[in-house]
Design a protein. Structure first.
Length: 391
């Protein structure tokens, strides 16, 4: 039995090491593509930014301000969607209007609940109010650079592009009680685990066929060809579904090199666990075959287990050392090189713990179908949400 465990952990470690090398190639390929790609910087179609909001999130106002400070040659408007005009976010938006009187800002009340996902229900109603052909969907806490619109919309000069999406970093609190271990692990995973996986898929599959919720830029024409947003109102991973459906009708999904920020809130272990399980079970249902292989990608925990299984043999430490070097190289190349996330340097020492949790949550994702979203419990089946207790 001990020999079998040693052999299995050795094979899994080698498979994980192979993945890390592929990830490095994927990161290099992405960086080279955008370094050499020629874009038409004069292409600036008018665009509507759709932002569904609910309540006031941490750092939300800073994110809203960043959208109003765009250095963009075309016209743009920002349409906020709320389920009720009594939502606290409305006061923040009114303040935004006063601060940026020259920016076209509107609030749309979305009273209809069209499906389980309140966010997508609102977006369906907001889309009807969009003035322009090009639309961008992103969350209320997304913070962007002044060149965000220009760089995203430049991608549409290629008529084959139907969706543009962007990578992101998770910005934690600088200090204080909100900067918990669990918040650090969340942010570290986004920059050093999630993005390398996306870039590896991009290289292996010749592109990506899914979207990232940080930015979903498309057109009304493309949305009409996939039946609009209405079919997505029951889905948890609406960003993945939108990208997959747009790719299925022959359009290309472009991963733009522009990087945005999202806020990582205060996390207790319980809230961290709930968020991670929602994330991994969403991935499991979206990419069932590919997700099976995700467990292999955690080379560091497998190498550590291999050391134990081999009785701390010298060769197992050599293998662990190689894996550590490869894992750190991936973390720094993706997190610092591509994303410019300085938090990675601060929290690099947490990589082993982050990867051990990642492997544990991957295994745990197969133990059930329940997810917690905004304090509500749902059953997740085939990517669709059903409130617990409803059949």
């Amino acid at each position: 039995m001990a020999t079998a465990i040693e052999a299995i952990t050795t094979l899994l470690t080698l498979a994980g090491l192979a993945y890390l090398l592929l990830a490095l190639l994927g990161i290099r390929n992405f960086a080279h593509y955008w370094r050499t790609k020629k874009v038409d910087k004069g292409f600036a179609p008018d665009v509507t930014i759709l932002k569904p909001v609910k309540g006031v999130d941490q750092r939300m106002y800073a994110g809203l301000e960043s959208h109003c400070r765009q250095q963009y040659a075309g016209d743009f408007e920002i349409v906020f969607g709320v389920s009720s005009l009594a939502d606290p976010a409305v006061a923040e938006i009114e303040q935004l209007k006063l601060e940026f009187p020259s920016c076209a800002i509107r609030v749309v009340e979305c009273p209809e609940r069209l499906g389980t996902s309140g966010k997508m229900s609102n977006l369906v109603q907001m889309l009807r109010e969009a003035r322009y052909e090009h639309v961008i969907i992103n969350d209320s806490d997304i913070l962007v650079s002044p060149h965000y619109l220009s760089r995203v919309m430049e991608c549409f000069v290629d008529a084959s592009v139907g969706l543009v999406t962007v990578p992101y970093i998770g910005r934690t609190s600088e200090d204080g009680p909100a900067l918990t271990l669990w918040s650090k692990l969340e942010a570290l995973g986004i920059s050093t685990d999630f993005l390398p996986g996306v870039l590896t898929a991009r290289r292996l599959e010749g592109g990506i066929r899914f979207g990232l919720g940080s930015t979903l830029a498309t057109t009304k024409t493309v949305l009409a060809k996939i039946g609009g947003l209405e079919p997505l109102v029951e889905y948890l991973a609406d960003d993945y579904e939108l990208g997959a459906r747009i790719a299925s009708v022959g359009y290309r999904v472009e991963l733009c090199a522009e990087v945005v920020e999202t806020t990582v809130p205060f996390y207790s272990f319980r809230s961290f666990k709930d968020h991670q399980l929602r994330w991994v079970r969403s991935m499991r249902d979206s990419r069932r075959l590919g997700y099976v292989g995700v467990g292999i990608t955690y080379a560091l925990p497998w190498a550590m287990m291999n050391c134990i299984a081999s009785g701390f043999a010298l060769w197992s430490f050599s293998l662990l050392s190689i894996v550590v070097l490869a894992r750190v190289a991936v973390a720094l190349s993706a997190g610092v090189g591509v994303l410019g996330d300085g938090q990675v340097l601060r929290d690099l020492w947490l990589l082993p713990l982050r990867d051990c949790f990642g492997l544990a949550f991957w295994a745990w994702s197969y133990a059930g179908d329940t997810v917690v979203w905004r304090g509500e419990r749902f059953t997740l089946r085939d990517g669709r949400l059903t409130p617990v207790g409803r059949r």
